[in-house]
Design a protein around this ligand. Sequence first.
Ligand SMILES: Cc1ncc(COP(=O)(O)O)c(C=O)c1O
Length: 449
Amino acid sequence: MATLKTQAAARQILDMNAFDAGAHEGNLNPLLARRMANAGAAAVLFYREPIEVVSAKGSWMTAANGTRYLDFYNNVPSIGHTHPRVVAAVADQIARLNINTRYLNSVVDLYMDALKATFSPELSNVVLSCSGSEANDLAVRIAGATSGGIGIIVSENAYHGNTSIISDISPSGRKSRKLPDHVVTVAAPSGPGQSASVEDAFDADMKRAIAELERRGHTVSAFVCDSIFSSDGVYADPRGFMRKAIDTLRKAGGLYVADEVQPGFARTGDAFWGFARHDVRPDIVTMGKPMGNGFPMAGLVTRPELLERFCEDTGYFSTFGGNPVAAAAGMAVLDVIREENLQENALRQGNYIKARLADLASKDERIADVRGAGLFLGIELCRPGQKDRPDAEVASSVINGLKDRGVLIGAAGRYGTTLKVRPPLSLSEEEADIFVDRLADTLADLKLS
Ligand SMILES: Cc1ncc(COP(=O)(O)O)c(C=O)c1O
């Protein structure tokens, strides 16, 4: 049984639910020892006891020992692990041609047309890359060329990727939490003690952040924001709360970069893109993770004049970005989301899980809050009677308890106290029930010190 103690230290994103080799005092099984020897200090593994996985299908992953796990962790294989349409598209295209974008190829242009059709018409230029980090890196550079400034605003616990520029604007990726002078944060739109409406409070914080950048002598260049605030702990409501703050940003000359790496591609259920929930118009939208259902691909869309300004000085080319195999994978993803009604399914199953969790919360006061949209939910966990003090050890014990019961799930939030619910969009009601039932079993079995 787990013994819990309250923990209030901020956690780096890579520390969430991470394997701690130090705790094993050199007593590692051969697979773990080999990984640690190969990857060294950069090795990052999930769970107190990492899992060796060998195959996956739909919402399920299978371990080497035959154990099947329901995958609520992973929003990359978003239309379901090893979806046959993606497998066929990639296999067919890689057997035919794979080349860079300096050649004309209709697979690539058909894909860019289809992707653009999911946005409003002014976002008519596409740049394809290989990772969300690269897409955000380019977005920040485009914003800099447009605004003439370098000041960046992000949310307090944001993660936007791993390049040098983007590590500087990813507070949750930094163990020290120290940010460079040109980066200022705004609070995630929630929490006790806010007297104004969420929209007004968020706008006031944006004004403060802009003033702080100016006080430091920096022109505001961009607000880079994941509209579901996933690494901050998942905050989706109330709808529209970002609108005023984005207006304020624009008046100060800043660009709004919507990082859709997490909420994009229909996950929030009510719209194809997360920012649409707030009725705001980004200048640049970046995307990645679910874009190729596991085939590495990412990119951004923007207005032509922004890209023109940036390309006057630099230009942009990526050897692998936007190759025909990636485009074939991406097209299969768009087709399957539409044909299998996965956006509607995300909304239906998300609402179903939310209702079942609300019922569970009414009987178990360790569930402090349930929030989010579609199949992107956050469950805040605490000790009994301490709703205002979410507890990382409770969350960590629930995560490992769920794993022991065959369900994989991760943590989010500054202190790692939020369970992040992100199953494939193809989730069935039966699978949703398995998750909630096993969460209830795990909580029932959890002993608090
Ligand atoms: C919101 C967000 N943006 C960007 C990234 C970076 O994407 P990638 O790991 O593909 O570089 C991540 C990765 O977790 C992310 O969560």
